[in-house]
Ligand binder design. Structure first.
Ligand SMILES: Nc1ncnc2c1ncn2[C@@H]1O[C@H](COP(=O)(O)OP(=O)(O)OP(=O)(O)O)[C@@H](O)[C@H]1O
Length: 269
């Protein structure tokens, strides 16, 4: 008989991240399971700091971080997690003289994708981001949006169980964003996908859950639908361009004024 207990791929407790004197995250508790999770928040809220800890590229200042079934403070588990996750940083480095194929193959090698499977995995990842016709083009000849899509391809080449994307839609044109959101929904059927974005349309179209970060803390968690409904509840129909944007503004306003109480407010599940 299988257990009915839901297992979260990401479970963090009391996560604090400090950069010198700045507290980027302040004792945050959060967990994420299979699905697409949107991370929203103003500039400097702490989204990138959170994603970098989850990607195991930055150590927490304090707190416990469990990813894919184990604590990442254990070096052997951390190494295993690195093979099983995908990460698109906000700004990522690449060798401009590499072709898209070489770039994605290099990342597949770093992730220890088995040699026999790597060529097909690279072609599949590149096709999924719509770059199949440019697979043998040098990265330096690509447009900004295409480079970002190559970045998404390298993040998914190992079929990650945990996918971390820091502002993946920056620089994509509207048609590419629509395609990308469909890809996100597909990936979220089997993986835990965490996407930081400033575009509420991404959240509305692709995310099963949204987490709003404000001032290094969790300001709100809920479905995009529940976030959109907040503005109406709060009688705040007069600002923002669409319901999610209004809900987002209301969530942050309540968070800043220290209001709590209703489901979702500052709920660090
Ligand atoms: N390397 C660093 N050194 C000093 N301060 C930092 C560093 N990285 C981040 N910070 C600070 O930590 C806080 C959180 O930054 P973070 O980049 O996590 O926010 P963010 O929500 O991703 O913002 P944005 O939406 O602008 O990308 C900010 O006050 C930022 O200035």
């Amino acid at each position: 008989m299988t257990s009915a207990v839901s297992v979260h791929s990401v479970s963090i407790h009391g996560l604090t991240v400090r950069h010198r004197r700045t507290t980027a995250l302040d004792a945050v508790d959060l967990s994420f399971g299979t699905g697409v999770h949107g991370l929203l928040g103003p500039n400097g809220a702490g989204k990138t700091s959170l994603i970098r800890v989850l990607a195991t590229v930055a150590p927490p200042t304090a707190g416990r971080v469990e990813l894919l079934g184990g604590d990442i403070s254990a070096p052997t588990h951390r190494t295993s997690v690195r093979r099983r996750l995908g990460y698109l940083p906000q700004e990522f480095g690449y060798y401009p003289g590499f072709t898209v194929r070489e770039f994605v193959a290099y990342m597949a090698w770093l992730k220890e994708v088995p040699r026999a499977k790597a060529p097909a995995a690279v072609e599949r990842a590149v096709a999924r981001v719509g770059l199949a016709d440019r697979i043998d083009a040098k990265v330096r000849t690509l447009s900004g949006g295409m480079v970002r899509r190559a970045g998404i391809a390298q993040a998914i080449v190992n079929d990650p169980e945990l996918l971390l994307l820091d502002e993946p839609t920056a620089g994509l044109d509207p048609e590419q964003r629509v395609d990308f959101r469909a890809l996100l929904r597909e990936l979220g059927r089997t993986a835990t996908v965490i996407v930081s974005t400033h575009l509420v349309e991404d959240v509305a179209a692709a995310c099963s859950e949204v987490t709003v970060i404000g001032g290094g803390r969790v300001a709100y968690r809920g479905t995009p639908h529940a976030l959109a409904a907040l503005a109406a509840e709060a009688g705040a129909e007069d600002f923002g361009d669409n319901p999610i944007e209004r809900g987002y503004a209301v969530a942050l306003r309540h968070h800043r004024s220290g209001l709590g109480g209703s489901a979702g407010w500052g709920a660090g599940r």
